[in-house]
Design a protein around this ligand. Structure first.
Ligand code: ADP
Ligand code: MG
Length: 455
């Protein structure tokens, strides 16, 4: 007796045998729907079936198609957000269900490449799918389960003294850079892009101006930085869906490197622009505005996005996200929501920036929730000692400003005053001079010895 051979076909197919599955697909009548209404950014397509997240291809008549992602399924239509311009679409255009979600290229061949918000090459260097390990993967993935995650217990050097010593980042940590506009978030991120000791950087520039993107690639990252990076770009003029998707595309690419056992750093500038894209989409499909016009989906999207980074059983994605603090109001909803999800926040202040103190990190206002797990007892003592000096100086600042501080009152304040230039020299750092973490710790130890705070 012979056992029948049943080959497994593609996952999701109704047929076990690939031959039969293919024959069924070839013989199936293709369902063509049509655009039934266009309101704001959203396009309703009638006559098709599809799931949320699937792509629909709208025939633009000139032989081209515009893809749109299904964001809601109503009784008689698929509500879609186009991944291209809405301009030029009209009611009655033919549309087809692709039956699949957006996919993203993955694999080591992506290093050195610049992609658009949907993962397509935009650097003119040819296909992004050439290479033995090149693949396409669906953009959405499930976050590693809490119990599969390795503990965050190893530091990851950022190349920035103030960060590496005072808010030490761990491999797999997610940290936010919070500041108002023009205070130096993007510049600090570019310092990290240059100085990080992570093997792979995935950099997502979302909602930025085109000019800034060019400067970042050419001046900040440079050819050697780019060689170990993958850059995903969706500028402010791109459709909201593309700006939103860009965040997930970059995250997916980073996750794929993590699944190969690599330590990756994912830098996203800016998370606020991603939230704003979600707001545009949510409002235009009829969600109610909640906090400051942000519909509830914004907050669930942020949680989903941020939960995907971190460690899994094989590697790590350290996430660094910039958060725009509107009008320097640190309690605005996106800043508030992200601060509670992230494992740390670095605050940049306008006061420091105005005084030319760059990077404008407010050391006392910044915290890394994993620092104590990724530093040695000796390092913690060094960081604490400088923190105490800075805190003492801050408490005495009013007195110092009016000249009412009497020398000798507090030895920590005395040290801070006598060695102000040395402290600033330690905390300040030019954008183009990354420093290794070991060197930063050695310099902190030397600084404290010089101040006489520690032997
Ligand atoms: N480390 C730095 N050194 C010198 N200037 C800086 C530094 N960081 C920021 N700046 C100045 O601040 C400006 C705005 O910085 P940017 O990073 O674009 O801010 P943001 O991204 O927060 O809007 C820069 O154009 C630059 O002039
Ligand atoms: Mg910026």
């Amino acid at each position: 007796m012979t056992t029948p051979v049943i080959l497994d076909s593609a996952p999701g197919s109704r047929f076990r045998s690939p031959l039969i599955a293919r024959a069924a697909a070839a013989g199936a009548p293709e369902l063509v729907g049509s655009v039934s209404s266009i309101v704001g950014l959203s396009v309703d397509v009638a006559g098709l079936q599809g799931a949320v997240g699937d792509l629909v291809a709208i025939d633009t008549g000139d032989g081209g198609t515009t893809e749109a992602e299904v964001v809601a399924v109503t009784g008689d239509a698929l509500r879609c957000m186009p991944l291209g311009p809405v301009h030029g679409l009209h009611v009655g255009m033919a549309a087809r269900a692709t039956g699949r979600p957006l996919t993203v290229p993955a694999g080591p061949q992506l290093l050195g490449r610049v992609l658009d918000g949907l993962g397509r090459p935009m650097d003119g260097k040819g296909s992004v799918l050439d290479g033995p390990d090149a693949r396409r993967v669906p953009v959405d993935a499930t976050a590693p389960s809490a119990l599969d995650r390795a503990r965050v217990d190893t530091p990851l050097g950022m190349g920035v003294r103030a960060l590496d010593t005072m808010t030490t980042v761990g491999r797999g940590q997610r940290i936010g850079l919070f500041a108002g506009s023009g205070v130096g978030k993007s510049s600090l991120l570019s310092m990290v892009a240059r100085g990080t000791e992570a093997e792979v950087s995935v950099i997502a520039l979302i909602g930025e101006r085109g000019r800034e993107v060019r400067e970042f690639l050419e001046d900040d990252l440079g050819p050697e930085g780019l060689a170990r990076s993958v850059v995903v770009i969706a500028t402010s003029d791109q459709p909201a869906m593309v700006r939103l998707r860009a965040a997930f595309v970059a995250t997916r690419i980073a996750e794929d490197f993590r699944s190969q056992g690599r330590d990756v750093v994912l830098m996203m500038d800016s998370l606020t622009r991603v939230a704003m894209a979600q707001r545009e989409i949510g409002l235009s499909v009829g969600e109610p505005p909640a906090t400051r016009g942000y519909p509830p989906s914004t907050f669930s999207m942020l949680a989903q996005l941020l939960e995907r980074t971190g460690t899994d059983a094989t590697g790590s994605v350290t996430g660094i996200y910039t958060v725009l603090v509107d009008g320097d109001d640190h309690n605005e909803p996106i800043a508030d929501a992200t601060r509670s999800i992230l494992d740390g926040h670095v605050v940049l202040t306008r006061d420091l920036a105005v005084a030319g103190h760059y990077p404008a990190i407010d050391v006392l206002g910044s915290i890394s929730r994993v620092a104590s797990r990724v530093t040695t007892a000796e390092q913690r003592a060094l960081a604490l000692a400088l923190r105490q000096v800075l805190a003492a100086r801050r408490r005495a600042q009013d007195l110092l400003d009016v000249g009412a501080y009497a020398a000798g009152t507090n030895p920590l304040v005395d040290a801070a005053v006598a060695h102000a230039a040395a402290i600033d020299g330690f905390l300040q750092q030019p954008v183009d001079q990354p420093v290794g973490a070991d060197e930063a710790w050695a310099r902190l130890a030397a600084l404290l010895t010089q101040m006489g705070v520690r032997a």
